[in-house]
Design a protein around this ligand. Structure first.
Ligand code: ZN
Length: 215
């Protein structure tokens, strides 16, 4: 392939002058919508994929098509899976009396990777943020309350990030759960201030969960 033999910077410069065909441009525009990627890194990523058609681009396209067809959000907990409800919600041998509330799906994955929690989950879909205009009604707090009212829940663990927004949200949820007859706890030691669950090692996460305390 002629492109591959050119210096990458030159190729990128050519592509950035809108010389890419509509198919490539569409690819670049879509990649640029991913978090953390701007147009320049999207062009770089597109080129990287195009140079690896068989090794990467085609398997990725198939994986994405597969995901689009088969994976959906669990209507009970908010996890992503091919099953509805998800495998975690369906699994026998997990404690229905414990619900661990997390900010987003990667936090659920982090706790599952650490294998320290054997209850059920509830994914909020974000945290309250005045800056980003996210209010409690934008999160799945209503669904959480419905789950608790359905009965059988003893304890709700607020495993939210130790950020200002995470803790504000935890405080708000704790207040909303008052009077529902559940114990509300939150992660304690080990979560550094400003820390995000997804970035903690398994041991720290396990300690934080074990030493949770009442709100
Ligand atoms: Zn689920």
């Amino acid at each position: 392939m002629a492109l591959a033999s050119q210096p990458e910077s030159l190729t990128l410069a050519v592509m950035s002058r809108a010389s890419a065909g509509p198919e490539i441009q569409r690819m670049i525009d879509l990649i640029a919508r991913l978090p953390g990627l701007g147009p320049r890194s999207a062009r770089r990523a597109a080129l990287f994929l195009l140079k690896r058609q068989d090794a990467l681009l085609r398997p990725m396209a198939e994986a994405l098509a597969d995901a689009a067809d088969k994976i959906e959000q669990c209507q009970t907990c908010g996890n992503y899976d091919t099953l509805q409800p998800c495998a975690v919600c369906q699994a026998t041998g997990r404690d229905d009396g414990l619900i661990c509330v997390v900010e987003d799906v990667p936090d659920l994955w982090a706790l599952e990777r650490a294998s320290v929690f054997r209850g059920r989950y509830h994914v909020l879909g974000g945290v309250m943020s005045a800056l980003d205009g996210v209010g409690p009604e934008d999160l799945t707090i209503g669904l959480l309350i419905d789950r608790i009212k359905a009965g059988g829940v003893r304890e709700v663990i607020l495993a939210l990030n130790a950020t200002v927004d995470g803790q504000t949200t935890a405080h708000y949820i704790a207040e909303r759960l008052e009077g529902l007859g559940v114990e509300v706890t939150r992660l304690a030691h080990g979560v550094p201030v400003g820390g995000e669950l997804d970035h903690l090692d398994d041991g720290t996460l396990a300690t934080a969960l074990r030493s949770r305390r009442g709100v």
